[in-house]
Ligand binder design. Sequence first.
Ligand code: NAP
Length: 518
Amino acid sequence: MADNGDKGVTLPAFRNEGYLDFATPANQAGMLSALASARMQLGRHYGERSGERLVSTNPARPDEIVGTHAAATRQEACEAVDAAYAAFAAYSRTPAGERVEALIRAAELLRARRLTFNAWLTFEAGKTWAEADAETCEAIDFCEYYAREMARFMSPPPLVQLQGERGEARYIALGVGVIIPPWNFPLAILAGMTVAALVAGNTVVIKPSSETPTIAALFVELLLEAGFPEEAIRLLPGPGSVIGDVLVSHPLTRFVSFTGSRDVGLRINELAATRQPGQRWIKRVVAEMGGKDAIVIDSECDLTAAVEGVAASAFGYSGQKCSACSRAIVHRDVYPAFLEALRARVERIPVGDPADFGNYMGPVISAGAKRGILEYIEIGKREGILISGGSGVSTPGHYVAPTVFANVPAGARIFQEEIFGPVLAVTRAENFEQALAMANDSPYGLTGAVYSNNGDHLELARREFFVGNLYLNRKCTGAMVGAHPFGGFNMSGTDSKAGGPDYLLLFLQAKSIAEKLA
Ligand code: NAP
């Protein structure tokens, strides 16, 4: 049982939320109506603090303000951790069953507001209808899954009982968690990291991405409505470069749950490792970072499926997923056929405003991101042969054409560095073993896929492809909560396996108790 004599909670078995089919007129009408309602609320101001404002804009229409937010100062960041610490003692002692029930209510509210959140994801993060819906479903799944996980940890398995003693283990909360999500899954990743911490009994300070603070504000409103106490959650928008160090190095911060780029993750890890005056614990850092994900295409495989899988993984959400395929490594026997089919497939990708149903690829997140991606495209023109795309799209939104380079050598920068945009490097391998070696030639190790009909080659990939999430004969994006626990090796992070049975332990500590019997 949990720390306070809690009764167990019984919930029906977990099931992933099914995606909406937007081909049906009713769903289309629902989404159009949600977009229209959200559009009426664009430009609202969130937060009560005075001073600097963060302005979030629509990446498809940069003149459109999605929301303005009170940006926290360093002093306010410090005070937020102090306040979350003050609230921890009481919140961590709430019966775990109550926290589980609040989380199930949060899932219900998300389900009820699914199209509304979809619409905000379209406006603030530039997601197409399908990408937005998949993300909202993932957020619902995280709530449902971690609620069940907490219910499981409320009844730990029995220990070996020594004669004359009664032994037990209890899982207890850690303290104040600083939650730092990225913009590319501003609802699902924010929700997953936050609710895992909260349901385990921790208080949180959430520093949302400066690109997507509105979705964070709406999700925190929903958590409060679901019954999580206000004192347990501090939402603190503000530039990471200004308040990040304060939050991470604060002596009362107990853990940091970060998802974002490699360099910021490494900085957080380093800073958290330095003991501050008054600090009583070793801070725990969970850092999920970048990727340079590869799909290997063998000579014996379903080439049509491989082309489809590569196109979807490389260009879904404009390649702005940590799991996006940015390298296709293709056996020489099928290389020309693959390239030709891929070029034809990519040219059919409709690019445009994600609020318009039918566009497959929307904008990239910001003008800065577009600049960075175009710089990599120029590098790519020197390193490989451009076969598709290769430029920005001249509309007011931050659009980049889906871009493919062929004949890219394994040492090339576009083969090695995370670009985080719709840019794919295609490389030819002499044989399957060489293709696998090339795939592993990366400082990252997040996702990877293999298309092959050869059982020995699939087995070799199972053993030797060094990634946290390996997919065989399917795309390398689209991890499902519960089915594909998610997290990467090497510079991709701490392999936390979000959405899996090991995840909640990262937010808990075990206490072992032995009582001598009279
Ligand atoms: P980012 O630039 O590293 O930012 C991530 C978060 O860190 C943002 O909230 C950012 O705030 C904050 N931050 C910036 N500087 C900070 C500092 N010094 N201290 C503390 N926090 C700081 O990453 P991003 O551009 O948002 O996201 C894209 C990256 O995330 C890619 O590398 C992608 O591969 C990775 N990603 C990984 C996973 C995974 O599961 N492995 C999932 C999704 C994304 P500001 O917005 O205010 O700068």
